[in-house]
Design a protein around this ligand. Structure first.
Ligand code: NAD
Length: 498
């Protein structure tokens, strides 16, 4: 593994020349037909650091053709699960060997504090890929006994669903790409991967390692570009059998319409507005630490952010004081600095969006208990911000902000039903957080919350467990065996025995 002192060398190694980074199509590194590029900006400094190709529909066409050819002929369909598993472990080894370079790319491209990026995003991706690899030789069907009075041998087969389009957002560029890629490859699909136009660098580096690992040409193709161009072309493409998308609910709904053309399969991991409920008996330190992390990790750019905090009236005041102190103590700074606990937001637009939400809430009567804008730096920074005195109808209580902002409200002892109602009073249903020492209260609340994930007393997400949303937070699940199965079709075979 590279050590921290070589991170700068890693940068030179990753970028090479000033040329826009090329796209991986059919095993070759190609320029876009558009001849245009998109600047890559370091959100800690607001300076351009590289550029990527502006891929468009024509590039998507050739990437899908390469993925289709690799799926239907050549080495890939001839490989069994064990061979795919071996290749995937090779790729995991290569990511691990280059982990410091990936951490640097994630820090410069997306503003992730480098140590956290190394641990969670990069080494987490290595573990995620190994987990997916282990499924490759284990995707078995079943023998089924028929009911009809005919002597038959009946069984099911799990088969790859075909060419998969993987569309990834900017908040976890490497981790999300690897998560989707791992499950798709384990199932035997070939893919066209479309990273976010804001954060493509780690994915392009991953493409280089995919070649080095020895994946056959065309199994993994990477097209960079804007969502409305390259992303939309992938979603519309008749040669794509499945789209696995992580991103906003707005775009997710658009993809449902795009998928209708050839009824391609869809997995949608969308937005959230998740509640965090703190009961009177909760451990104060643990719940303050947990609640703070829930809405500030990754600068609050997390789909599962616990951005609506409800605290029992009996502990509201001490909790609020402790949370405000903890929020004010978070060290906000450039992603590559050792002292930084929270980096910048990904872009100027995202930073301004956060500011606008807060300004709108204050205009409507909310109180800023901690935080606020940071105007003294070039980068796109914002302090962790807590808003009190909000109402359920305010935008900050209803809409996904995707920044380090949370609202906080008290509830009374006899208001259990009311707090559950409020927790569920959202179009989203991705995640939720409960803090209590009372096991019955914890499980009763878990049962009543309408969300795909319930995390009690600081429990961490893990890739072995299914993740996804109720309501407008999405369709389907990623992670766990559900993630791999979502890239398969189920075939039933029946033979009448003579
Ligand atoms: P986004 O929807 O704007 O973009 C996501 C990806 O889709 C990008 O690669 C983008 O280029 C592409 N895209 C945009 N328009 C497209 C179109 N018309 N057709 C096809 N592709 C298109 O989201 P974002 O701003 O990059 O990411 C933030 C959003 O992602 C938030 O809403 C967040 O909640 C969500 N998210 C969800 C999860 C989850 O697991 N549920 C995880 C992370 C992020």
């Amino acid at each position: 593994m590279q050590d921290a002192s070589s991170w700068t060398d890693g940068l030179q190694l990753a970028f090479g020349a000033d040329q826009p980074r090329r796209m991986l199509i059919g095993g070759r590194w190609l320029e876009s037909y558009s001849g245009q590029s998109i600047a890559v900006v370091d959100p800690s400094t607001a300076s351009p650091i590289a550029s990527i190709q502006r891929g468009t529909a024509a590039d998507v066409d050739r990437a899908v053709a390469a993925a289709r050819a690799a799926f239907e002929g050549g080495e890939w369909p001839a490989m069994n699960g064990t061979a795919r598993e071996r290749l995937m472990h090779k790729l995991a080894d290569l990511i691990e060997t280059n982990s410091a370079e990936f951490a640097l790319l994630e820090a410069l491209d997306g503003g992730k504090p480098i140590a956290a990026a190394h641990q969670a995003d990069v080494l987490g991706s290595v573990a995620r890929l190994r987990y997916a690899a282990a499924w490759a030789p284990r995707l078995n069907g079943q023998n089924i006994e028929p009911a009809v009075p005919l002597d038959m041998h009946c069984y099911t087969r799990r088969e790859a669903c075909g060419v998969a389009g993987l569309i990834v957002p900017w908040n976890f560029p490497l981790a999300m790409a690897v998560s989707k890629l791992g499950d798709a490859l384990a199932a035997g699909c070939t893919v066209v991967l479309k990273p976010s136009e804001l954060t493509s660098l780690a994915t392009l580096r991953l493409g280089e390692l995919i070649g080095e690992a020895g994946f056959p040409d065309g199994v993994v193709n990477i097209v960079t570009g804007y969502g409305s161009e390259a992303g939309q072309a992938l979603a519309d493409h008749a040669g794509v059998d499945k789209i696995s998308f992580t991103g906003s609910t707005r775009v997710g709904k658009q993809l449902v319409r795009s998928a209708a053309g050839n009824l391609k399969r869809l997995t949608l991991e969308l937005g959230g507005k998740s509640p965090a409920i703190v009961f009177a008996d909760a451990d104060l330190d643990l719940s303050v630490r947990g609640v703070l992390r829930n809405f500030t990790y990754n600068s609050g750019q997390i789909c599962a952010a616990g951005s609506r905090i409800f605290v029992h009236r009996a502990v509201y005041e001490p909790f609020l004081v402790a949370l405000a102190d903890a929020a004010s103590a978070v060290r906000v700074g450039p992603a590559t600095e050792d002292f930084t606990e929270m980096g910048p937001l990904v872009s100027e637009a995202q930073r301004d969006r956060v500011r606008d939400y807060i300004a709108g809430a204050v205009e409507s009567g909310a109180t800023v208990v901690a935080g606020g804008a940071m105007t003294e730096t070039e980068g796109y920074f914002h302090r962790p911000t807590i808003l009190a005195d909000t109402r359920p109808d305010m935008a900050v209580r209803r809409e996904e902000i995707f920044g380090p902002v949370a609202t906080i409200s008290p509830f009374e002892g006899d208001e259990f039903a009311a707090v559950i109602r409020e927790a569920n009073d959202t179009d989203y249903g991705l995640s939720s957080y409960i803090y209590t020492r009372d096991l019955s209260a914890a499980h009763r609340t878990a049962r009543l919350i309408r969300a795909g994930t319930v995390r009690i007393n600081g429990a961490a997400l893990d890739h072995t467990m299914p993740f996804g949303g109720y309501k407008q937070s999405g369709w389907g699940r990623e992670n766990g065996c559900e993630g791999v199965l979502s890239f398969t079709e189920l075939k039933t075979v029946m033979i009448a025995l003579a």
